[in-house]
Design a protein around this ligand. Structure first.
Ligand code: HEM
Length: 408
């Protein structure tokens, strides 16, 4: 038994999954799913009426399975969503994330140039400058989300889409309201707010298109594609709103989770010293912001001896699969030296996260620069979180500088 394993129960154990202790952090969805994987990597959940997939190999197989569809609304269907009051926006249904090939591939191709290595190399100075600016004020306490990760992520999204930077603070309002619409469109208040957020997005897009659109920005690419007849005019709004939804809170939450996990597991020093690419991948594996993705079966699918029937909803639990001991040795250990062949944090297959390299870039720059300025720090308390299916969004995560003699 290692020293780590000998630590008394209830005391945060260095390197261990922080959510398995009773420390000062809040529980994470991850903890709810981890136990599911133990006996059955694919199981039918009677209460939810869905398949839960928690094994890494099984999740990989299903994420690239041609008979599992991403199409909306079916993939978001529950007894509540099936009611007559279903009012999910038409615009959301057009998101290419919620379509299957070939429609999906065509729409994805339009904005893919935003995320090439060349585009990201051009974007890097903007990311570095923004992080430096956000970290410049001298302070003893820092809200990793509100002071750093959220403004960074929103400014980067505006930059790549081609929206003016003044719009960036609005993303903190739009993203939650659109996210709520995706999961609770049976609540009138949610519908009102979600539609209002989408209207604001389309207005901001139209205003930007009426001005000088930066060359090679998302709006520039979308407008060109519309002119060529590759996409319809509503697809410009749809893809802009998709990029806001998919790229903003996922990234800010991941940066917050990375700091939280490293501090709580006593691994901040290790993260500071590790090769950024490796530590970011391990932090992504360890506690991802997107815990699950949904699919529905169009034909019978057999996996791990289970038969998924046509029409069944399948939840692929990325966070639990990333802790599969069959693939990752000692999976609940945060090990910044771990050599990871592949994790499922950004999904797999044709819907693999389009912004994965951008999210990595933002996280690497932020962690590097934060570590340089905040070499010794502590969590000031539990974060403020907002839950919605698949993503526990971090809204506030306050840290303070650790002074000599303070407990780590
Ligand atoms: C740490 C941050 C991020 C995480 C954990 C994450 C995670 C994911 C996951 C799991 C998927 C697959 C969804 C599925 O299979 O149904 C996905 C798709 C997607 N992500 Fe990300 N994402 C992140 C950041 C970003 C960023 C920064 C952007 C862009 C600005 C972005 C844009 C997208 C888009 C457009 C898709 C849809 C891809 C498709 O359907 O082809 N993501 N993301």
């Amino acid at each position: 038994m290692s020293d780590r394993e000998r630590t008394a129960p209830g005391i945060p154990t260095p390197g261990r999954c922080p959510y398995q202790t009773t420390g000062r952090t809040q529980p994470d969805p991850c903890i709810d799913y981890l136990h599911l994987r133990s006996d059955e990597p694919v199981r039918w959940d009677e209460d939810l009426g869905v398949w839960l997939v928690t094994g890494f190999q099984e999740a990989t197989e299903l994420l690239r399975h041609p008979q599992l569809s991403s199409a909306w609304p079916e993939r978001g269907r529950t007894p509540l969503h099936a009611s007559d009051t279903n009012r999910t926006s038409e615009l959301v249904r057009k998101w290419f994330m919620f379509t299957d090939d070939p429609v999906h591939a065509e729409a994805r191709r339009v904005v893919a140039p935003l995320f090439t290595a060349r585009s990201l190399a051009r974007l890097r100075p903007f990311v570095e400058q923004t992080v430096d600016e956000l970290l410049a004020p001298q302070r003893e306490a820092l809200d990793v989300i509100a002071d750093l990760a959220a403004p960074l992520s929103s400014r980067v999204i505006c930059r790549i889409i081609g929206l003016p930077q003044e719009v960036a603070p609005r993303l903190a309002v739009w993203a939650p309201d659109i996210a709520a619409l995706l999961v609770a469109d049976y609540l009138p208040e949610v519908v009102t707010r979600g539609h209002s957020a989408l209207r604001e997005v389309t207005t901001a897009v139209d205003q930007a298109l009426n001005g000088e659109v930066p060359e090679d920005s998302g709006l520039w690419l979308l407008r060109e594609a519309q002119r060529r007849g590759v996409i319809a005019s509503e697809d410009v709004w749809a893809t802009a709103s998709l990029l806001i939804y998919a790229g903003f809170e996922t990234t800010s939450t991941f940066i917050g989770k990375a700091v939280r996990a490293a501090l709580h597991a006593g691994a901040w020093d290790a993260v500071r010293k590790a090769e950024p690419r490796m530590s970011v991948d391990e932090l992504l594996r360890f506690d991802t912001s997107v815990q699950q993705v949904a699919r529905f079966a169009t034909r019978p699918v057999t996996v791990a001896g289970k038969r998924i029937a046509p029409g069944d909803l399948v939840l692929i639990m990325l966070g639990a699969a990333n802790r599969d001991p069959a693939v990752f040795e000692d999976p609940n250990l945060l090990d910044t030296d771990r050599r990871i062949g592949r994790h499922l944090t950004f999904g797999y297959g044709v819907h693999y996260c389009l912004g994965a390299a951008l999210a990595r870039l933002e996280a690497e720059v932020t962690l590097e620069r934060l570590a340089a300025r905040w070499s010794a720090m502590e969590l000031s308390g539990a974060p403020t979180t907002r839950s919605h299916h698949g993503i526990t969004v971090l809204e506030h995560l306050v840290v303070h500088r650790r002074t000599e003699g303070e407990r780590i």
